[in-house]
Design a protein around this ligand. Structure first.
Ligand SMILES: [Zn+2]
Ligand SMILES: [Zn+2]
Length: 138
C-alpha cells in the first residue's frame, strides 16, 4: 500500500473515474455495495469490478477507507499520501479528513509495543458535528 502515491494527475480508467465521481457526489462514506448500486446506471455491475477500482483509487490516495464503518470516502484534498486521520460525526456520518504531519504519524507509530513492528496507523475520532450538537439557543 505504500508504492503508487504522489501522482498529482493520475490517469483514471472509466471505472475508476465513475466510482470517484460517485463518492465525491455522495459527500458521505459509502459501502462498496452502496457504490455498486449507484454505478449500475453507468454499466458497472459486478462487485469485483467495484472492489478493484476502489483498491486502485486507494493506492493513488484519492479514496480512503474508514475502518470503523467499512466504508469509503473520496479524499478531502483530491489525493494525499496516506497520512491522515478522520473525524466522524456519529450522528450524521459527516467526515472531515485531517492531514497528519510526518511527526504526528511518527508519534502515533511509536505507541506500538516492542512486540509489534508498526507499519501504519488508522486514527478515527468520533463526535458530534456543529449541526448535530444541541445548540444552547434553542
Ligand atoms: Zn486524503
Ligand atoms: Zn452531524
Amino acid at each position: 500500500m505504500n508504492a503508487a502515491y504522489h501522482h498529482s494527475h493520475p490517469k483514471l480508467s472509466h471505472n475508476q473515474s465513475e466510482i470517484l465521481a460517485c463518492l465525491r457526489k455522495a459527500k458521505e462514506p459509502m459501502s462498496a455495495y452502496a457504490i455498486l448500486d449507484r454505478v449500475r446506471t453507468v454499466g458497472i455491475s459486478h462487485p469485483p469490478t467495484v472492489y478493484r477500482a476502489l483498491n486502485e483509487l486507494m493506492q493513488k490516495g484519492m479514496v480512503h477507507r474508514l475502518q470503523s464503518k467499512s466504508a469509503f470516502v473520496a479524499c478531502g484534498h483530491g489525493a494525499c499520501d496516506g497520512k491522515f486521520a478522520f473525524a466522524i460525526c456519529r450522528q450524521c456520518d459527516k467526515v472531515v479528513e485531517i492531514p497528519l504531519s510526518d511527526e504526528d504519524q511518527a508519534t502515533l507509530l511509536q505507541l506500538a509495543p516492542e512486540e509489534i513492528a508498526p507499519e501504519q496507523v488508522t486514527l478515527e475520532i468520533a463526535g458530534l458535528c456543529e449541526d448535530c450538537r444541541p445548540s444552547a439557543a434553542s
